[in-house]
Design a protein around this ligand. Structure first.
Ligand SMILES: *[C@@H]1O[C@H](CO)[C@@H](O)[C@H](O)[C@H]1NC(C)=O
Ligand SMILES: *[C@@H]1O[C@H](CO)[C@@H](O)[C@H](O)[C@H]1NC(C)=O
Length: 226
């Protein structure tokens, strides 16, 4: 019997609410743990056949320094946690092909990559906020970002954005279409293969987008439909 103006839920109701909340959480967070997504007609489904809706945010890691943006500002785990808190369950994490195919990039540590570009202030920020990545090779720093997203139940789509690291996209930037200056098809396939192999055993990496925005004067319907 309620003796005050405030109605208290019965223990049973409270239990139901708690269960409902747990179920709600499970619905929203379980997909990141799903090993395999597939399609059923128009739906993306998990292994239990339950629908999974991808709510992805883009996180660029394809620009000249080849490190996920913002690590000079905040710890990777704090950013990954915020992605989840804001209601996203997925990140489209961009990468440039040369990160894994071209030794003049793939051999660099985070520190070397930022020093090469004279990004002294950003490097100091990374040292303060993410000291653990400073001496890592760029690809290992990329893996650390992927791991952190997984720890926060965020799924990852690896997005091949450009070949040569830098801002995307311009029709004449050499990254637009097969045969452009930096877009050799065999190198592209090699890069995709390396990334697919590297992340094949990581359950929360659920997919790859094969190339961002094919474009430029070389694109043509014969090649598109080949
Ligand atoms: C490696 O990167 C350099 C510098 O961007 C570029 O000139 C060269 O074409 C690249 N090599 C390959 C094999 O992609
Ligand atoms: C970095 O600074 C050095 C020394 O001032 C300069 O020679 C070099 O061109 C700069 N590099 C870039 C990418 O701005």
């Amino acid at each position: 019997m309620a003796t005050t103006g405030r109605v208290r839920p019965s223990p049973l109701l409270a239990a139901w609410l708690a269960l409902g909340f747990a179920w709600h959480c499970a619905l929203h967070h379980a997909p990141a743990a799903a090993v395999t997504l597939s399609t059923a007609s128009r739906w993306v489904v998990d292994e239990a056949g339950d629908r999974v809706k991808l709510a992805c945010v883009n996180w660029p890691s394809h620009l000249e320094p080849m490190l996920a943006e913002g690590l000079g500002k905040r710890p990777v785990g704090a950013i990954a946690g915020d992605v989840a808190t804001m209601g996203f369950n997925c990140v489209r994490l961009t990468w440039p092909t040369f990160l894994v195919t071209n030794a003049s990039y793939s051999s660099l540590t985070v520190e070397q990559s930022f020093q090469r570009l004279n990004l002294t202030e950003s490097l100091a920020g990374i040292r303060a906020n993410n000291p653990a990545v400073v001496d890592l090779k760029l690809i290992d720093a990329f893996k650390a970002v992927v791991s952190s997203l997984g720890e926060n139940n965020v799924m990852v789509i690896l997005d091949n954005h450009v070949s040569k690291p830098g801002w995307c996209c311009d029709n004449a930037d050499g990254n637009g279409f097969f045969g452009d200056g930096y877009f050799e098809p065999d190198v592209w396939v090699d890069g995709l293969t390396k990334m697919a192999t590297m992340f094949a055993g990581v359950p929360h990496v659920v997919g790859m987008s094969l190339r961002n925005e094919l474009r430029g004067p070389r694109q043509n319907s014969n090649d598109w439909y080949k």
